[in-house]
Design a protein around this ligand. Structure first.
Ligand SMILES: *Cc1c(COP(=O)(O)O)cnc(C)c1O
Length: 438
């Protein structure tokens, strides 16, 4: 089970996170409930940031905020002095609204709208990542209107495939993201940028996939990217910033390795060592180095608490333990066949002697949070904690079946507080209207 320093089973046999008893949290805030371990988020940020500073020098981590986006998390990043990644107008708006210094934001997307680009200009987004044939032209035109020179990175596709679930791979040649290096499309895009007065070419970006544990994939990507930097240097083009993207793996189930903060430091220092070695061997100017972890920063910080409701036993077939949430707060099992671990958080020391499936309450047979897990015999009112739900759960939540999206509480040092307040039925119906079509 995924217990870290800030997580334990207390004397009452309850799961405790950040010094807060989960049974108490469920009583105070209700279920379903997303619980985020703020100290863990901060410690991973510090590990990434300090490792880059110590082993490389000039660089930073950019938190890929699509993993979990709300005011509170941007506020944490502001305090930890990280950069951020944003991929939409909504993320730009949210980050800017807490006074995040947007010069430290990278704006990504394979299809940025006019409105989003304007918002990026108005809020002073530091770097826009070119990822479409006409991005350079559109951003150049806007930057002229805003009387500025906009920093841009060009997202390239190094053709390195990380070993991961095929649905979430993005660096194959057949991808909607990035310009291919091998076809010459990347160099053409860079030359297009260089020809424009209101754009400044600051460097290269790549992102080779998600949930990657195979460090050699990252090392290979650094090698390929620095080969490409060498090629560009030959044409007199300097890469000031090298952004290697995110994709660092986290522990969901026992099939996944379990990294503590020190191991993330090792992971990052392998990257920086490889980069230092490549820069020296290929006689390059040392670029400013950026990585963009999302999942690794918030994934393991999150736990979802559910109350057990109906239990359906189909003798000889399967026992379903239904909870008061489901695919509306965690779409990943239905979307990617993602796997999770869970415990009975109110009776954590009881023997897990039953194989059951944890079902959601939504009207979809595929709404199963965990298929086949051993738990103590669960009864109505028991509390289930599902681990590693901090990334891509709240951010992908929906109001399917008009279920409310659960609130998010941050816990730290025995204190807890809302990061996202509970949605009411009025909130859900607030934007509904009756069209006058008669
Ligand atoms: C999704 C994404 C990330 C973060 O990926 P994780 O797997 O959450 O670390 C970083 N950069 C880009 C461009 C992305 O699309």
């Amino acid at each position: 089970m995924n217990y870290r320093d800030t997580m334990k089973i207390n004397a009452a046999g309850h799961l405790e996170i950040g010094g807060c008893d989960c049974v108490e949290l469920a009583r105070q805030y209700g279920t379903p409930l997303y619980v985020m371990d703020e100290e863990y988020v901060r410690s991973v940020c510090r590990a990434f940031k300090q490792t880059i500073e110590k082993t490389y020098g000039s660089g930073n981590m950019a938190y890929a905020s699509k993993a979990f986006s709300c005011k509170a998390i941007y506020n944490v990043m502001k305090q930890e002095k990280t950069f951020i990644d944003v991929v939409s107008g909504g993320e730009i708006y949210t980050a800017a609204s807490v006074g995040f210094d947007m010069s430290g934001a990278f704006f990504h997307g394979n299809n940025k709208t006019d409105g989003e680009l304007e918002l990026a200009m108005r809020t002073g987004v530091g770097t826009i990542v070119i990822d479409a044939a006409d991005d350079a032209e559109r951003i150049d035109t806007l930057a002229r209107r805003f009387e500025r020179v906009q920093n841009v990175l060009v997202r390239v596709n190094p053709g390195v495939e990380a070993h991961t679930h095929s649905y979430i791979q993005t660096a194959k040649v057949d991808s909607k993201f990035g310009f291919s290096v091998s076809s010459g499309a990347a160099t053409a895009a860079i030359k297009d940028v260089l020809s424009r007065k209101n754009l400044h070419f600051s460097g290269l970006h790549c992102h080779i996939g998600s949930q990657i544990f195979d460090r050699s994939a990252f090392a290979l990507a650094v090698d390929v990217m620095t080969d490409y930097m060498r090629e560009l240097a030959g044409e007199g083009i300097e890469v000031e910033t090298l952004n290697m993207g995110g994709g660092f793996g986290v522990h969901y189930t026992e099939e996944d390795p379990k990294y503590n903060v020190d191991e993330y430091c090792d992971y990052v220092s392998l990257l920086t060592r490889t980069l230092c070695e490549c820069v020296e061997r290929k006689n390059l100017k040392k670029p400013f180095f950026v990585i963009e972890p999302g999942r690794a920063v918030v994934g393991e910080a999150g736990v979802t608490l559910y109350s057990v409701g109906a239990v359906k036993d189909i003798p000889g077939v399967r026992k379903y333990v239904a909870v008061d949430g489901g695919m509306t707060d965690n779409i990943r099992p239905a979307l990617y066949e993602a796997k999770y671990e869970a415990i009975l958080a109110n009776r954590a020391n009881d023997e897990a002697k039953e194989k059951v499936s944890i079902a959601g309450k939504c009207c979809e047979s595929g709404d199963i949070i965990i298929k086949d897990i051993c738990l103590p015999e669960a009864k109505r009112g028991d509390l289930i904690a599902v681990f590693t739900t901090g990334a891509y759960c709240y951010s992908m939540a929906s109001n399917y079946n008009r279920n409310a999206v659960p609130p998010v509480v941050f816990v730290r040092g025995g204190k807890s507080g809302y990061a996202v307040k509970p949605q009411t039925y009025e909130d859900i119906a607030r934007l509904d209207a009756i069209p006058q079509t008669e």
